[in-house]
Design a protein around this ligand. Structure first.
Ligand SMILES: NC(=O)c1ccc[n+]([C@@H]2O[C@H](COP(=O)([O-])OP(=O)(O)OC[C@H]3O[C@@H](n4cnc5c(N)ncnc54)[C@H](OP(=O)(O)O)[C@@H]3O)[C@@H](O)[C@H]2O)c1
Length: 283
């Protein structure tokens, strides 16, 4: 089977592509920039905003992993015509990456979720909680761990059931390749809900140096996201999502990872130990 993986060079898409290939299928990674020559695997230039890149990406494809364009407040006007075009081109299955905080039918990605249920025969929607990978790489939390030894949020002591991108990708791969289509939404969490203070304590243990959680005003979070280069509308969405966390909405765990993949989800402590070197870095 040939699977088109939009966002194929990103956090989840790279893992989904590798997982599809490990099971003996073909993954076509799609994105705006060609990966480095040594990255390996098939890649196609693809831009959600450029419809002329959509046809070539869809040639011969049977299933699509849909990663919404990053940083776009309402991706539905780009994604819905693409889904129609993919159906016409013969794609039979779609797996959308949404988020636990985005209800079906809500503006933006929630509209795409609803359209899949209504228009498509074979589909699944992934609704992960917050990614453990937000604390490594180029995410603003990761940068402040390196530069300030702190994580600033407006979430107070509220807990989040952080999930490893490896587990999200494992559920995605099963949703793409299982002979019986799932035709449902999967709320995906890690094994336990943690406050950002508890996350900071685990990161401190792994890093071998103190990392603190700073509970700050939502307006301060918004200012720092904009200063980090995020568009204003997107920074506002993220700050509103911290309000959802503050209300306790993310303080719950599901059995999705174990029931779909047959193995338990990765804990934040195991994730932190595996990334100890990244957490120890300063700068
Ligand atoms: N972080 C969290 O805690 C969290 C929690 C729940 C849900 N989510 C959802 O996860 C998604 C992000 O997933 P991710 O972390 O796997 O992504 P990511 O690591 O940010 O990677 C984004 C990928 O999309 C491609 N891309 C970006 N804009 C594009 C465009 N306009 N056209 C075509 N390709 C484009 C990028 O490649 P190029 O730059 O080369 O195009 C890259 O491959 C978001 O939709 C977010 O809502 C995140």
């Amino acid at each position: 089977m040939l699977v088109l993986v939009t966002g194929g060079t990103g956090t989840t898409g790279s893992r989904v592509s590798a997982g599809v290939e490990e099971l003996g299928h073909q993954a076509r990674r799609a994105g705006r920039r060609a990966p480095s020559a040594d990255a390996g695997g098939e890649h196609v230039l693809f831009d959600w905003a450029k419809a002329e890149t959509h046809g070539p990406a869809l040639e011969g494809v049977e299933a699509v992993y849909l990663l919404p364009p990053v940083g776009v407040a309402d991706p539905a006007p780009m994604m819905l015509p693409f889904i129609d075009r993919a159906l016409t081109a013969g794609v039979s299955r779609f797996v959308l990456l949404s988020a636990s905080v985005i209800p079906e039918g809500s503006p933006g990605v929630g509209t795409v979720h609803e359209a899949l249920r209504q228009r498509v025969g074979e589909w699944a929607v992934l609704q992960p909680s917050w990614f453990m990978q937000n604390f490594t790489g180029s995410h603003p939390y990761a940068e402040s761990i390196r530069s300030e030894s702190s994580i600033a949020t407006s979430t107070g002591d509220a807990r989040v059931s952080f999930v490893d991108a490896d587990d999200i990708a494992a559920v995605a791969v099963r949703s793409l390749l299982d002979s019986q289509s799932h035709n449902r939404a999967h709320v995906i969490t890690g094994p336990e809900a943690l406050s950002y203070g508890e996350v900071a304590a685990i990161v401190s243990d792994a890093a071998g140096r103190p990392v603190r959680h700073l509970d700050v005003d939502p307006a301060d979070v918004q200012r720092s996201l904009i200063a980090a280069g995020l568009p204003e509308a997107f920074a506002e969405i993220l700050v509103n999502l911290e309000g959802v966390v503050r209300s306790g909405a993310e303080d719950r765990v599901t059995d999705t990872v174990e029931s779909i993949t047959g193995r338990p989800p990765i804990s934040f402590r195991a994730h932190a130990e595996a990334n100890a070197q990244a957490f120890a870095e300063r700068g």
